[in-house]
Design a protein around this ligand. Structure first.
Ligand code: PMP
Length: 425
């Protein structure tokens, strides 16, 4: 840890908390983050030469494994042709066509640079299209750090105890209503009280920012019905679940079509990218086709689109998601067996290439249950796992991810190491 420690000291002097995104900090689990030198396949190597099997995978962005050869080659070839033009390219069209073909209900799509930009833009469009101001979100869901969405948020905001951030004007925060995840009655009550003012309901169709919390049967369908009954739009934030829980994302997996969908992570193959899209009549309202403004100097960047296209080419191969899901199933079953052997209360969930584990007997259904996590014990377990060379998210309130590079031997090695970690923690 010597080199990581020195880098962290330097980082602390010039970067708030030493990290460029709070979720990378170890404040909730103790210790300091290893600084990464390189990564290949399922493995990270830190600057001290220590290897880790990685289950963070750039928070889900990496789905083929680190430095996947076809993605790296596509990016290198694109880089040699220029890094950014600020003018349209063929690759952008191809990526947009691919997204519109594969994502249900996506008639048109706009590329942006992050998930935050995607959700921020989608809610602006929803407000413009409906002429209404209010949003409904769910406690523990994270939709990026735009002002309107940092209300009862998950992920780092939850981990570090600031779910509703200072700096968001209370007048603006008051326009965001929140309900417990999986609680359809609470949503219906909000619509009953303020339905005529609600522009949209935004939801992570599988929540991945309070741990991994599955939608209960009927929850997403119920949101669709409630939105339709009250003239509100349904926004699926698929930044995490898009091309992660199925080729067509959560919409395909659960059979519910949203009005607008946001994407990020996987569609950039590890480069900065986001996207929002959906119904043709809505997307036609975006500038320059319509009056709702949103723009970006680097949007549709040639390197990001090259990485995205190379990634999406491989995930479309037959059996890709079946294999990914089998990997996640084998991993979570192995972790469960390791916990059982050590007598640790434990539960897991997995869907497609994402998973969660919890230090409790049943998987949580909402934030209140997720917050019953034994955070101190999670910290001990996290440190023991890391000591065994297993990199999981340094928080009880994050999902985990597997990639196509997590082969059977990798999972087997993980489980053997996890058995030792559970016994120690
Ligand atoms: N929405 C969801 C569901 C996310 O998980 C995230 C990031 N983890 C975001 C939005 C924000 O994306 P970004 O970090 O790229 O801004």
């Amino acid at each position: 840890m010597q080199h990581s420690r020195k880098l962290f000291e330097r980082a602390l002097a010039v970067i708030p908390g030493g990290v460029n995104s709070p979720v990378r900090a170890f404040g909730a689990v103790g210790g300091q983050p290893p600084f990464i030198a390189e990564a290949h396949g399922a493995r990270l190597r830190d600057v001290d030469g220590t290897d880790y099997i990685d289950y963070v995978c750039s928070w889900g962005a990496v789905i083929l494994g680190h430095a996947a050869p076809t993605v790296v080659q596509a990016v290198q070839a694109a880089a040699a042709r220029g890094l950014s033009y600020g003018a349209p390219t063929g690759a952008e069209v191809e990526l947009a066509e691919t997204l519109c073909r594969l994502v249900p209900g996506m008639a048109q799509v706009r590329l942006v640079n992050s998930g935050t930009e995607a959700t921020m833009s989608a809610i602006r469009l929803a407000r413009a299209a409906t002429g209404r101001k209010l949003l409904v979100k769910f406690a523990g869901c994270y939709h990026g750090h735009a002002d309107s969405l940092l209300v009862n948020a998950g992920s780092g905001a939850l981990t570090f105890g600031v779910p509703s951030s200072p700096g968001v004007p209370p007048e603006l925060a008051a326009l965001t209503l929140s309900a417990p995840y999986n609680d359809l009655a609470a949503v219906e009550a909000l619509f009953a009280q303020r339905g005529a003012d609600i522009a949209a309901v935004i939801v992570e169709p599988v929540a991945g920012n309070m741990g991994c919390v599955l939608p209960q049967p009927g929850f997403l369908q119920g949101l669709r019905r409630a939105c339709d009954a009250h003239g509100a739009l349904l926004i699926f934030d698929e930044v995490m679940t898009g091309f992660r829980v199925a080729l067509g994302g959560a919409q395909a997996r659960f059979g519910v079509t949203a009005d607008l969908v946001t994407l990020g992570k996987v569609i950039g193959g590890g480069l900065p990218v986001g996207a929002y899209g959906g119904r043709a009549d809505l997307m036609a309202q975006m500038a320059p086709a319509g009056p709702v403004y949103q723009a970006g100097t680097l949007s549709g960047n040639p390197l990001a689109t090259a990485a995205g296209l190379a990634t999406l080419a491989l995930v479309q191969q037959p059996g890709f998601y079946e294999r990914l899901e089998a990997t996640a199933a084998a991993l979570t079953a192995g972790l469960q067996a390791a916990a059982d052997a050590a007598g640790v209360p434990f539960s897991t969930v997995h869907v497609g290439g994402m998973f969660g584990f919890f230090l409790r007997d049943t998987a949580p259904r909402d934030l209140a249950e997720a917050q019953q996590a034994d955070v101190a014990r999670f910290g001990r377990l996290f440190r023991a796992l890391l000591g065994e060379g297993l990199n999981f998210a340094p928080s009880a309130f994050e999902a985990g991810f597997v990639t196509a590079a997590h082969d059977a031997a990798t999972i087997e090695a993980t489980i053997a190491r996890a058995r030792r970690a559970f016994a120690a923690a």
